[in-house]
Ligand binder design. Structure first.
Ligand SMILES: Nc1ncnc2c1ncn2[C@@H]1O[C@H](COP(=O)(O)OP(=O)(O)O)[C@@H](O)[C@H]1O
Ligand SMILES: N[C@@H](CCC(=O)OP(=O)(O)O)C(=O)O
Length: 364
């Protein structure tokens, strides 16, 4: 790739790599430590719980759903133990997050997960995410960690998603079945023709979804302004070599940047459920790029929760902006006209001085 420096990176590690021996967790920990030393923030999405737990519990290779959920429960602590032991020698603390589909879809859960990830990164920890397989029912499941990692990349505002697997990218056909398959180094657009190239995984192997779910993940990431790199986890420093463009891989281009995609989502996709009317001073501050502070708000309308989309209205009722609420409607009513520094005193807690933070706001 060797493009602009990677600021925030999500790396997804497939089951075959994590459980395949050859010291993969240790190699990856050294790789992550080196990237962090260069200023790249790294979030891992690690598969492997089912494969580890299945062996531990003596379950069949193709377990039923309940057996798979049991395997995940038994395997997850082993998985985190392996990561913890791999990262300790390079001086990094690991932290576990188990997510369901809801955590990436519901805006309040989404903001919570986003806040937790930001706090973990700020504290210097390596967040390690997996799906909460043991309790997730069909409607709460993402179902595979390729797509989960893309949703994590979206909620974390990552600029790069790396899918590390047992194969060095996308081919014109599954090279395990077709020796004439050709490698594709760059995909500018995931057209139906490209999507049709991707096949499933080997049913007897530990993986889920094969190349198909990787391209679906790349579609989600591209829409979120995040580049996807699909490559192999073999050898020393697989990540650093991939990012530097020294290891063969497939790069899938993004549409815009994470910030532009996030703002397009706020402006175009979300349905506003309330409004804040503001005074002329606040309107001028927003036009200069400031956050919306309660001092400039004159009225609150609608029943909204934290994370809901709000319209910001000028004194004469024109739409000035849209953004995500940092406080719910009841809280906002109590804060109208008050200074940001008074929030903790009025509510007994504070989630920051802004009712809408400028990062979560789009001017019209
Ligand atoms: N067009 C293709 N290009 C490359 N690999 C493919 C393609 N179609 C199917 N595959 C298969 O996808 C597999 C990787 O997916 P998977 O087994 O789910 O890995 P992981 O556990 O890393 O997610 C490859 O080993 C390969 O057999
Ligand atoms: N959550 C599951 C992994 C699901 C999955 O997508 O597996 P893989 O295709 O190997 O990345 C586990 O921890 O076993």
């Amino acid at each position: 790739m060797a493009g602009p420096p990677v600021r925030r990176l999500v790396v997804k590690l497939g089951s075959a790599l994590v459980t395949g021996g050859e010291g993969f967790p240790e190699r990856l920990a050294a790789d992550v430590a080196a990237l962090r030393a260069q200023g790249t923030e790294v979030i891992l999405v690690s598969s492997g719980a089912v494969a580890l737990g299945r062996d531990l519990l003596g379950l069949p290779k193709s377990p039923r759903l309940d057996q798979k959920q049991a395997a995940a429960a038994a395997g997850q602590p082993l998985l985190m133990q392996a990561w913890g032991q791999a990262f300790a020698p390079v001086g990094l603390v690991t932290a576990q997050l188990l997510l369901t589909a809801n955590d990436t879809e519901d805006r309040r859960a989404y903001l919570n997960a986003r806040g937790t990830l930001a706090a973990l990164l700020a504290a210097g920890a390596v967040p390690i995410i997996n799906e909460n397989d043991s309790t997730a029912t069909a409607e709460l499941r993402v179902g595979d960690n390729d797509r989960l990692s893309a949703r994590v990349a979206q909620l974390a505002g990552a600029d790069t998603l790396v899918l590390l697997s047992d194969i060095d990218g996308l081919y014109t056909a599954d090279p395990r079945r077709d020796p004439a398959a050709e490698h594709l180094p760059h995909v500018a657009e995931l057209t139906p023709d490209i999507l049709a190239l991707a096949g499933d995984t080997d049913a007897a192997g530990p993986g889920t979804g094969g190349m198909r779910t990787k391209l679906e993940a790349a579609q989600i990431a591209a829409a979120a302004g995040c580049v996807t790199l699909i490559g192999s986890g073999a050898g020393e420093r697989p990540l650093a070599r991939l990012i530097a463009g020294d290891a063969r891989h497939t790069a899938i281009a993004a549409h815009g940047s994470p910030a532009s995609a996030y703002k397009a989502w706020i402006a175009g996709t979300l349905k506003p459920v309330g409004s804040l009317r503001i005074d002329a001073g606040a309107a001028a501050a927003l036009a200069r790029g400031s956050s919306l502070l309660p001092a400039g708000v004159t009225a609150v309308e609608g029943r909204f929760g934290r994370g809901d989309c709000l319209v910001v209205l000028s004194p004469d009722g024109r739409e000035l902006a849209r953004g995500l609420a940092r406080y719910d409607a009841d809280e906002a009513v109590r804060l109208v006209g008050k200074r940001g520094s008074a929030i903790a005193e009025i509510l007994g807690y504070s989630r920051g001085d802004a009712l809408i933070h400028r990062d979560d706001m789009v001017l019209r």
